[in-house]
Design a protein around this ligand. Structure first.
Ligand code: FAD
Ligand code: SF4
Length: 396
């Protein structure tokens, strides 16, 4: 029997999307699952509580600050591969788990994102069926990526056991339609995500920030309060956060990312990032038993240590609110000095992650309040409102 959604038709790339300017190009609307867009789209229907309940068996406990920040979890740890994968974003824990899931037969395919042949930063979502195809997807494509555009192929090819790798907005929409995909088992391996950009926005960011935009192959906003660029000749360039040309970069981030409150990918089974771990380590958040099962598969490839936390972020976050709002850019010598001081005495480990979450949630709350006042109450989840309420925001 034909399911209701199979009669729908996905939209062509570049045609307007239901979420309009707020669309994060998650890919759902490229498929016949657009049929469910009103309920499924992260920007049309905020439904964390329901989806956390569905995924983890309970919503996050708002009385518990750790859950408020990092979502439902069984454990957090810092880890790195003893033999890192060359060319991965960090040490390649995500790619290693994906390969182990496929090779152990737990899944038959992995939704991940490679890059197009012509451009190292243009995303090309695929259902990987081999080790080589997973490895070809390693490293971030730091642009909005329509990962869910391959969902139709999942149902049509009769895949029954699937791993999806993705960022928060993609996973929110996936969770809302997962029981329509005809799967017997779904695993979700997430990464945190923030400040993503369109391909054009990425170009502007690179040209405004790097000394050599055309040779950048990889970049990351690191825990030492600097952006680290890796260039194709193997050299590294660092630029202090406080020296970024915020006045020029204010509009570079996608409106979807300026209104997102799912930095830590609360609906994945396992999240692999870096921001709650010491410099050079990855940060793992195991949310449920499926997440633990994925981690256990690669445990013998990892060196681990407990997560730690030091410092107090509150004053730095409060000061960053007007600085960002007014687009203040420091001269480079002052930016380096502030960076050095804050690196020495500033927040570390989980406190750094809280610093980053607070700075982005306050900024995004102001963005939604100014640009989408009619959406504010329903769109901002209770955990994010509680985080934002710790700070004094400008009246307008
Ligand atoms: P690898 O083994 O190199 O694998 C990377 C995986 O990411 C691949 O499987 C690929 O399919 C997937 N991927 C690449 N680009 C995208 C994309 N655009 N959308 C969806 N999936 C993608 N971590 C933090 O702690 N704080 C952050 O602020 C943060 N921001 C991020 C922003 C973006 C846009 C992305 C994609 C990731 C971000 N991360 C962040 C996660 C972090 O940068 C690493 O991706 C993560 O730690 C995994 O590293 P790895 O070496 O294990 O990954
Ligand atoms: Fe569709 Fe995804 Fe855009 Fe929402 S974010 S309008 S679900 S493509």
């Amino acid at each position: 029997m034909t399911a209701a959604h199979q009669k729908a038709r996905g939209l062509k790339p570049n045609s307007p999307r239901p979420a309009k300017a707020l669309c994060s190009e998650c890919g759902l609307c490229n498929t016949y699952y657009i049929h469910y867009v009103k309920e499924a789209c992260a920007f049309l229907n905020q439904q964390f509580e329901n989806l956390e309940q569905q995924t983890h068996g309970r919503a996050r406990d708002l009385e518990n600050w750790d859950e408020c920040y990092f979502g439902v979890h069984q454990q957090m740890l810092a880890a790195r591969k003893t033999e890192p994968i060359p060319g991965a974003q960090w040490t390649g824990i995500v790619s290693s788990i994906a390969m182990a899931m496929l090779e152990s037969g737990r899944v038959e395919g992995v939704v991940c994102v490679q890059n197009s042949e012509s451009d190292r930063f243009s995303p090309k979502p695929v259902i990987a069926r081999s080790r080589e195809e997973i490895l070809a997807a390693r490293v971030n494509k730091p642009t909005l990526s329509p990962n869910l555009s391959v969902l139709e192929q999942v149902e049509q090819s009769g895949l029954k056991r699937l791993l999806v790798i993705g960022v928060g907005c993609q996973i929110q929409a996936l969770r809302a339609v997962q029981d329509k995909l005809g799967l017997e088992k779904l695993y979700v391996l997430g990464t945190p995500c923030v400040d993503n950009v369109t391909r054009a926005g990425l170009q502007k960011f690179l040209e405004t920030t790097s000394r050599s935009p055309e040779t950048v192959i990889h970049y990351e906003f690191m825990q030492d309060f600097r952006v680290h660029f890796k260039h194709s000749d193997g050299s590294t360039e660092t630029v202090p956060f406080f020296g970024l040309k915020t006045n020029q970069l204010k509009d570079v981030f996608a409106p979807s990312c300026m209104s997102c409150f799912d930095y830590v990918n609360g609906l994945a089974d396992l999240v692999v990032g870096y921001m709650g771990a010491p410099f050079g380590w990855q940060w793992l958040v195991v949310r449920n038993d499926l997440g633990q099962e994925m981690l256990d598969l690669v445990r013998d490839q990892l060196e681990t240590q407990p997560v730690t936390s030091a410092g107090d972020r509150h004053a730095a976050v409060q000061q960053s609110i007007p600085a960002y709002d007014q687009g203040i850019t420091l001269p480079m010598w002052a930016a380096k000095l502030v960076g050095l001081v804050i690196e020495r005495i500033g927040p570390k480990g989980l406190e750094y992650a809280r610093f980053s979450i607070d700075s982005h949630f306050t900024r995004n709350y102001l963005y939604v309040r100014r640009n989408y006042p009619q959406k504010l109450a329903a769109h901002v989840p209770a955990f994010a409102k509680k985080i934002v309420d710790q700070y004094q925001l400008p009246a307008q």
